[in-house]
Design a protein around this ligand. Structure first.
Ligand SMILES: Nc1nc2c(ncn2[C@@H]2O[C@H](COP(=O)(O)OP(=O)(O)OP(=O)(O)O)[C@@H](O)[C@H]2O)c(=O)[nH]1
Ligand SMILES: [Mg+2]
Ligand SMILES: [Zn+2]
Length: 299
């Protein structure tokens, strides 16, 4: 039996493209895998059997243990998540950005914020950096003008990375630029709503090469999304904000929830400009929302 392992490059309608030892196999999953409810993810390392090297088909027998896995976007074994937002359109949902940063970190994936379309609103791009600079590494880019993209590629070098974010922010545009080819279709925005058109429908991995990628580097393009449900308790929220956990301090009240109590050290961080007021405002909202949800659960 061979000890080779393959990697799932994409999966559409129960058919998986697996790359193993220089060959692309079209694979189905063995019944047992499907029965025990395990979902195969793009990025999964797998063992194959029944290889037909003429037809290039095989069967996936086993999923190897995952280093990381995400539900949104649905991918396994990524090291870094590059969250793209647009400085212009589509208008970013900053609650979603806050949640995604938390979600990535809790999943063991390093979050990076890429503020794309800076050509549309340079000032707002800078405003977003001001809000997030103590929360994640931030980059300002214009993928269509190839501005600022080099630094992002350098941050990707040597890692398996997923491009994530709302539809229409430029994920596929960025992937094409980094890979130096037209790998993925890109789409405009709808004229009426200025929202993306959900051009990308499935996640797919590409190995990228070229001058910035001196180490093996894999990028995953993924479909846009605008919702994320975090399973999370309100009491754990403060420890999900780098602005808070990187700055240990004391509050007057031991059970301080950092939502406006007197003598709160997080409030001081806001006043010192370490925790951006806008992001802090969303923190307070988010805290109350989680608390509300918990109350309703036990009623
Ligand atoms: N002005 C401007 N337009 C950009 C930039 N990057 C991408 N676009 C355009 O934005 C539109 C959407 O880009 P896509 O790459 O398809 O976006 P996506 O994030 O892959 O969207 P989905 O696949 O729907 O999730 C396209 O018309 C791109 O040409 C940029 O930096 N500036
Ligand atoms: Mg796309
Ligand atoms: Zn406090």
């Amino acid at each position: 039996m061979s000890n080779s392992q393959g990697i799932i490059l994409k999966g559409v309608g129960g058919l998986y493209t697996v790359y193993e030892d220089g060959v692309l196999f079209a694979c189905s999953a063995r019944g047992i895998l499907r029965k025990d409810g395990t979902k195969l993810l793009v990025g999964d390392r797998v063992r194959l059997s029944e290889r037909d090297t003429v037809q290039c088909t095989a069967v996936i027998d086993e999923i190897l243990p995952r280093k990381t896995s995400l539900i949104r976007p649905k991918v396994a074994n990524v090291d870094k998540l590059f969250l793209l937002v647009a400085a212009g359109n589509p208008k970013p949902d900053l609650y979603l950005v806050d949640k995604m940063l938390i979600y990535a970190e809790q999943s063991g994936v390093d979050p990076v914020l890429v503020i794309n379309k800076s050509d549309q609103d340079e000032a707002y791009a800078k405003e977003l950096v001001a809000q997030y600079r103590n929360a994640a590494t931030c980059y300002i880019t214009s993928a269509s003008d190839r501005k600022g993209t080099r630094a992002v590629c350098e941050a990707m070098n040597g890692y398996t990375c997923v491009l994530a974010g709302q539809s229409g922010v430029g994920k596929s545009t960025f992937l094409n630029l980094a890979s130096g080819g037209e790998q993925m279709a890109t789409g405009g925005l709808s004229d009426k709503t200025m929202r993306g058109k959900h051009t990308t429908r499935h996640a797919e991995i590409f190995e990228v090469k070229g001058e910035y990628f001196t180490e093996p580097t894999f990028l995953i393009d993924s479909p846009g999304f605008s919702m994320l449900e975090l399973n999370f308790e309100a009491k754990d929220l403060p420890q999900a904000y780098p602005e808070v956990y990187n700055n240990q301090g004391e509050c007057r009240f031991q059970d301080c929830r950092h939502i406006g109590e007197p003598g709160c050290f997080v409030r001081d961080l806001v006043e010192q400009g370490i925790f951006h007021p806008e992001r802090y405002k969303r923190y307070c909202e988010f805290y109350k929302e989680l608390l509300e949800k918990e109350k309703n659960k036990y009623r």
